[in-house]
Design a protein around this ligand. Structure first.
Ligand code: ZN
Ligand code: ZN
Length: 173
């Protein structure tokens, strides 16, 4: 039923990969397609179990890293995780979060406008809101710097990236 919608999303996916110099390999397409197809917010392992039937030599690590890369370039989202290790926040006042999707660190930030965000009426009808927090997901400064260093190294080692137009890095000596 959602076939058309899915193929639209798939072409958008290809477009965003190109914009981010990410090669559109059959494996990556398979991973993304399964994610679209399942439509159940699957885990990396669920995707891996399906994709490995098609690509027997693919590893869980590759699938996992691919999904994280997809999140980084903004083609997929990481759903708020409530399992795993506990995270402690020393700030109990009203504040908001910056969540690094690469290293998992959560940083605080403050914004009056966000504090004053109105809860939509539909939500009030079915849910008693106790607190509000805005979570912005992205990549922290440290990770951005690490990525840049890694990209430079890859360049040095001759890892071929498709049309590297942006990022006017200074050439190393
Ligand atoms: Zn980070
Ligand atoms: Zn916090």
């Amino acid at each position: 039923m959602q076939q058309n919608n899915n193929s639209d999303q798939l072409s958008k996916f290809v477009e965003i990969c190109h914009d981010n110099n990410l090669k559109v390999t059959p494996q990556r397409v398979a991973i993304y397609s399964e994610l679209l197809h399942l439509n159940t917010h699957p885990t990396a392992d669920e995707i891996y179990q399906i994709v490995k039937k098609q690509y027997s030599n693919i590893s869980f690590d590759t699938v996992n890293r691919t999904l994280l890369t997809f999140a980084q370039i903004g083609v997929v989202d990481i759903v708020e995780i409530f399992g795993g290790a506990k995270r402690f926040d020393p700030d109990v006042k009203n504040h908001h979060h910056l969540h690094c999707i690469q290293c998992g660190k959560i940083f605080d930030f403050y914004c009056r406008e966000y504090d004053d965000l109105e809860v939509p009426n539909e939500v009030h009808k079915q849910f008693q809101v106790k607190s509000k927090r805005v979570v912005l997901r992205g990549i922290c400064k440290d990770c951005l710097e690490k990525n840049q260093i890694k990209a430079k190294k890859n360049k040095k080692h001759g890892v071929k990236l498709e049309q590297h137009s942006t990022n006017p890095c200074k050439g190393d000596k």
